[in-house]
Design a protein around this ligand. Structure first.
Ligand SMILES: *Cc1c(COP(=O)(O)O)cnc(C)c1O
Length: 398
């Protein structure tokens, strides 16, 4: 039994987060069950044939039909306002499945320069190997996107806010430009999640997620998803079914429970990040704070228009370069020194020598990744305790 579509259509975000996609079995369980089974049995040989032939809907094999994964997909699709979601084994698998579904040899992609490092490698090394060329442009310069368009361009790909400098893309402007040229716009919504930003409502065609981050929210499982219209998602589903980057039922169960608290958590992450950004901006040791919630941020007004809050990730530049940044990081005691984000536990990172360490010095300079830059992905601890931890970092600067 599932909630009827008519009722679902009337529900708000928080109700959908808790209720969408639930299918109760005959056991009348209240919480969503986890279906740890690779295959499903049929009543008869004829039913098996009908299922395989597609004339009868139903479960077959968990590479492409698992009820727990389906619940997660339906819940996420409802929250993003998309017709359909397809779950994948990781965020990178979601991006790869999107590319395999929508691109072919000879096609061209325009991608923001400030995407997740591995996304950059996927386009620059692997997609190129199969004849897909990519041009990288500034996230915030719409005219650069326009200039990069060729007759072969099929996809715009971006992430907003960007990591770690919190630059904001103008999603409606880029969607309009893309659609004038028959191009699809894909937005990696990992940093905001639908709790803070809904790219499909702003004009994007496809939303990508690394569920590993805020959708899990507690740093336990790897997963991803693609959300969009039925037409394109049917192709993405075909890739997952055929190529096998499937989400496990266990991970889907963790993620669908994560969605139930997503908005509460995202609001708390964002509220604490804003407090910390304002506090850091007042410190004399800090040259610059990058956070779209600050009125001094160049795209503050744009961020206010397309996001309900400014997210949980901020970065700041210390006077004193790498030596100061490492001393600050090593001086903290509560925050975890790790490159992950989207966790209840606050993490602190030195991008220039970790997440962006592969870039040449020139590329780092072009991307604004200075040696004094520190990224903090603000968790759910008391913000007062996090500020005290920053005090320890400042004290270590000597
Ligand atoms: C982590 C991340 C990815 C990749 O996701 P995985 O689950 O690690 O494969 C993609 N995009 C963004 C913005 C990310 O932060």
């Amino acid at each position: 039994m599932s909630l009827d579509d008519e009722l679902m259509a009337t529900l708000g975000f928080d109700s959908l987060a808790v209720r969408a996609g639930q299918h109760r079995t005959n056991e009348a369980e209240h919480s969503e069950p986890m279906f740890l089974t690779s295959s499903f049995v049929f009543d008869s040989a004829a039913q098996a044939a009908a299922r395989f032939g597609g004339s009868e809907p139903g479960n077959i094999y968990s590479r492409f039909t698992n009820p727990t994964v389906r619940t997660f997909e339906q819940r996420l699709a409802a929250l993003e306002g998309g017709e359909r979601a397809v779950a994948t084994s990781s965020g990178m698998a979601a991006i790869l499945a999107t590319c395999l579904a929508l691109l072919q040899a000879g096609d061209h992609v325009v991608c923001s320069r400030s995407v997740f490092g591995t996304t950059n490698v996927l386009f620059e090394k692997y997609m190129k190997k199969f004849g897909v060329q990519t041009t990288f442009v500034s996230l915030t310069d719409v005219s650069a996107w326009q200039s990069a368009i060729t007759a072969q361009t099929k996809l715009f790909f971006l992430e907003t806010p960007s990591n770690p400098l919190c630059e904001i893309a103008d999603i409606p402007a880029l969607a309009t430009l893309a659609h004038q040229h028959g191009i699809l716009l894909a937005v990696d919504n990992c940093f905001c999640t639908p709790a803070l930003q809904k790219p499909l409502e702003l004009g994007a065609d496809i939303v990508i997620h690394s569920a590993t981050k805020y959708i899990d929210g507690q740093g336990r499982c790897m997963g991803g998803a693609v959300v969009g219209r039925q037409k394109e998602m049917e192709e993405v589903f075909g890739v997952v079914r055929t190529c096998g980057p499937t989400m496990s039922a266990f991970n889907a169960w963790v993620f669908l429970k994560g969605l139930e608290t997503l908005r509460l958590r995202m609001n708390a992450h964002a509220d604490s990040a804003l407090v910390m950004a304002q506090w850091l901006a007042a410190r004399p040791e800090v040259a610059k704070v990058h956070y779209a919630g600050l009125a001094s941020h160049p795209q503050h007004e744009l961020a206010r228009r397309q996001q309900s809050k400014f997210g949980g990730v901020l970065s700041f530049e210390l006077n004193g370069g790498r030596e100061a940044a490492w001393a600050f990081i090593d001086g903290t005691k509560l925050m975890s020194i790790t490159a992950n984000l989207g966790d209840a536990k606050t993490t602190i990172t030195h991008p220039a020598t970790t997440t962006h360490g592969r870039l040449s010095p020139e590329a780092k300079a072009a991307a604004g990744i200075t040696e004094g830059l520190i990224r903090i992905a603000v968790g759910l601890e008391d913000v007062a305790d996090l500020l005290k931890d920053c005090e320890r970092g400042f004290a270590a600067l000597g």
